[in-house]
Design a protein. Structure first.
Length: 179
């Protein structure tokens, strides 16, 4: 039981760190915030398809990214909430491989326009903001996220094993005599 908890925490921490690094990389190109944004890190919202540890991992990564970028408090709170809701939606739709990337798009397209309008004073109309945020989310979640899902799917039992079968196999292989 302790191993599963440790593995869960480690997976969540690694995912959070990846989210922060990818967001700060996107911020270097001025793509991580504003009316038109394309956070590469949002592709990680597909990871709850593989492990529930991705829910706190991606959520924490989003929170830390927003804090490190100096985002307004409503953005830190509601941006993180939008990402959390998206990852939970992905988890619930994990049995439907081709639909599990939709919840992050919807949650961000609905919540973030209000953040942009009321926290940052962006003068555009809410439908326009929903369209631009939604378009960025379609690119990152539905396109990049699906590419990531397809790349990780063949090795999912190795990367996201929760019963340490991989570790046992490696130890067994090391202990067996060479023939």
């Amino acid at each position: 039981m302790q191993r599963k908890k440790t593995l869960f925490i480690v997976q969540a921490a690694v995912i959070a760190a990846l989210y922060v690094v990818l967001t700060l990389f996107a911020q270097g190109f001025n793509l991580a915030s504003g009316a038109i944004q394309c956070r590469f890190s949002e592709a990680l919202t597909i990871l709850p398809f593989f492990t529930p540890a991705a829910i706190p991992g991606v959520t924490l990564g989003c929170f830390l990214s927003n804090v490190l970028m100096g985002s307004a408090l409503p953005d830190v709170i509601f941006g993180t909430l939008a990402t959390f809701l998206g990852t939970v939606g992905t988890w619930y739709l994990r049995k439907h491989r081709f639909f599990c990337s939709i919840p992050p798009v919807i949650s961000n397209a609905v919540i973030i326009p209000f953040v942009l309008k009321y926290a940052y004073g962006v003068g555009d109309l809410l439908p326009y903001l929903a369209l631009t945020v939604g378009a960025g989310e379609v690119i990152t979640c539905m396109i990049f996220g699906e590419i990531l899902l397809n790349a990780l799917f063949p090795v999912r039992h190795i990367l996201f094993a929760d019963d340490h079968t991989v570790c046992r196999r490696l130890r067994k292989a090391e202990q067996s005599p060479d023939t």
